[in-house]
Design a protein around this ligand. Structure first.
Ligand SMILES: C[S@@+](CC[C@H](N)C(=O)[O-])C[C@H]1O[C@@H](n2cnc3c(N)ncnc32)[C@H](O)[C@@H]1O
Length: 565
């Protein structure tokens, strides 16, 4: 009986291949059927997400083996739908729905609900596999989200590939190596030999992500450094592309991110801080909910990312957003006798290059030329106390005389900010940098170790310590991450409630996610981490990637701030 089912499955799957066998080839057919069965298994998208063993143990402990295995599987796939936030300041939801239906009709996209994984008609002929390319993991993750294959992402390719060839596209994912680490085992440019002779052939099991047409020959691919390499014609996940569609009217955003802005519940006229804001998805959602009336201050430590916030706010026509470059670890500007205040200066694109990726951009040593009375009202916030260093004044004069420098557009400047006075915001959002272990699709997770996960937790606590000082009593603080790691979620909430007695968890609206994790984790090496206590679990939202809403993994906690004394 079992054998019959296997055969049926093999026959059904074999329909997905353009096999040229005929009934008269009965002897060879039965052999190729067996071969097809093996091959079809291989071509079906079914990756296994690999984790660092200790991280796997920690998560299995937290979720139970079955749930964790479901989460792991879900992480390897993109969500089955695209979520769109409508810019209701520009248009209406009805108008957007009408336009989307039109686009679907034009593109004949009937299949938007079940978007994969689809079986693909790879150009397979009997025992001869199709011409192939292998792409890098990052490239594959982008392709699964709808991107094309660009030359730098191509790792390997069959021999004799010419421009215009149909190729099966698979991904090179790290495999366990002999030294207990991970290795891809593919050197860029190697020739794929195909079945049997290719040492990596079996490793591609379940890792085919679609089919496309090469835009250049094999030689061109490995000589070049940029450009489109393969134009994808069929993919295991067929997501509707909204590239340049209804620009300014819609914004593609994950459902939990949209919910985070609603949970913050910003009111018109309020002063809101988004502490780790780039590229500005939640900042702009907040400003829209406030009907663009009030003050939304968005900060990020990276110059280039602050520019992204500017661009997004401009695209959506939002004027209540002010974006600044600031290391949020130094977001609180102490209120001590005229020496400190909240001020602005500017950074240019060239300065930013070296600063962009540093963990900490120190602003405390900027020379203060103009000291101001620190008797600042909340509303005045950062408007007073602007000062510039002599060097900055010199640069400014030069710029006015010469215009923007080489490679420097007029839009390349961002304001720096030196922090904010305590209690100067009605609401603060800390959408913390995190391990991002909720983002999908993900094809490898082995690079995160328990130590690196703990480092994220420590960093988040330091950011939280700043955030909590900036919200006024009676205000609201929302903390969110896009990770499934309880050490960055429930453990942070525990820390917050135990450290700051004036904080309480608040009900969230809307509520779509599930409850948080109650209990603690104790590892054999003595590591101990406490999560939520009974009664707290329904006051946070935890989005499970394998849950019914098919979202990314995400976490939201909302705190109300009581009297601080
Ligand atoms: C999760 S992303 C924020 C996403 C954003 N909230 C959105 O919805 O579009 C985290 C951001 O934190 C920023 N970041 C990391 N450390 C920071 C720090 N010390 N100060 C300010 N921003 C920081 C990173 O540059 C990154 O843009």
């Amino acid at each position: 009986m079992k054998g019959v089912r296997v055969l049926l499955r093999a026959i059904n799957r074999s329909r997905n291949f353009s096999s040229r066998t005929t009934p008269s080839q009965s002897q060879s057919q039965s052999q190729s059927q067996i071969l097809l069965m093996d091959s079809s298994e291989r071509y079906c998208y079914n990756p296994t997400l690999r984790w660092n063993p200790q991280v796997e143990e920690y998560f299995t402990n937290a979720y139970g083996a079955e749930v964790f295995s479901r989460i792991s599987k879900a992480l390897t796939r993109p969500s089955c739908y695209s979520c769109i936030r409508v810019n209701t300041l520009n248009t209406t939801t009805e108008a957007v729905i009408e336009k989307i239906l039109e686009i679907q009709c034009e593109k004949r996209l009937q299949d938007t609900v079940k978007n994969g994984p689809h079986d693909i008609q790879y150009d397979y002929q009997q025992d001869r596999p199709p011409k192939e390319i292998i792409v890098s993991r990052k490239c594959a993750e982008a392709v699964l989200r709808g991107a094309q294959v660009y030359v730098p992402g191509i790792l390997a390719c069959s021999a004799h590939v010419e421009k215009g060839d149909v190729v099966a596209v698979s991904v090179g994912v790290e495999q366990p190596s002999r030294d207990n680490g991970w290795a891809i085992g593919i050197t860029r440019g190697i020739v794929l030999q195909g079945l049997k002779t290719d040492p990596q052939y079996l490793e591609r099991d379940g890792l085919y992500i679609g089919q496309g047409i090469t835009t250049m020959s094999r030689a061109g691919i490995f000589r070049g450094l940029s450009g489109l390499g393969v134009d994808m014609t069929d993919r295991v996940f067929r997501l509707t592309s909204f590239n340049d569609v209804m620009k300014g009217d819609i914004f593609l955003q994950n459902l939990p991110s949209i919910i985070t802005a609603h949970v913050l519940d910003p009111q018109q006229g309020e002063r809101i801080l988004d502490m780790c804001a780039a590229p500005g998805g939640k900042t702009t959602a907040i400003a829209s909910l406030m009907k663009d009336k009030g003050e939304v201050i968005a900060v990020d430590r990276s110059h280039n990312k602050v520019l992204e916030i500017h661009n997004l706010a401009a695209e959506l026509g939002l004027t209540s957003i002010k974006a600044y470059k600031l290391d949020a670890l130094k977001a609180v500007c102490e209120n001590n006798l005229m020496t400190q205040s909240c001020g602005q200066s500017q950074t240019s694109q060239s300065e930013a290059t070296e600063e962009a990726e540093s963990m900490s951009c120190d602003t405390k040593d900027l020379p203060i030329l103009e000291k101001v009375n620190n008797n600042i009202t909340k509303d005045e916030g950062m408007k007073v106390g602007c000062y510039k260093s002599k060097a900055e004044e010199r640069k400014e004069r030069r710029r006015m005389k010469n215009g923007p420098g080489r490679n420097q557009s007029t839009g390349g400047r961002v304001d720096k900010c030196e922090g904010f006075l305590p209690n100067s915001f009605d609401r603060v959002l800390l959408d913390a940098p995190c391990s991002a272990l909720g983002l999908r699709p993900r094809l490898f997770a082995g690079e995160d170790t328990v130590e690196s996960l703990r480092r994220h937790g420590k960093y988040q606590k330091r950011l939280f310590d700043q955030a909590v000082q900036l919200v006024r009593a009676g205000g609201v603080l929302v903390y969110s991450t896009c990770t499934i790691n309880p050490g960055e979620n429930e453990a942070l909430v525990r820390y917050a409630l135990d450290t700051y007695k004036f904080l309480s968890l608040a009900q969230q609206d809307p509520r779509i996610g599930g409850p948080g994790l109650v209990g603690h984790c104790e590892l054999s090496n003595g590591y101990f981490e406490e999560w939520l206590r009974a009664g707290e679990e329904d006051l946070v939202q935890r989005f499970d990637p394998s849950g019914p809403h098919d979202t990314i993994g995400f976490f939201i906690a909302k705190f109300t701030v009581g009297p601080k004394d």
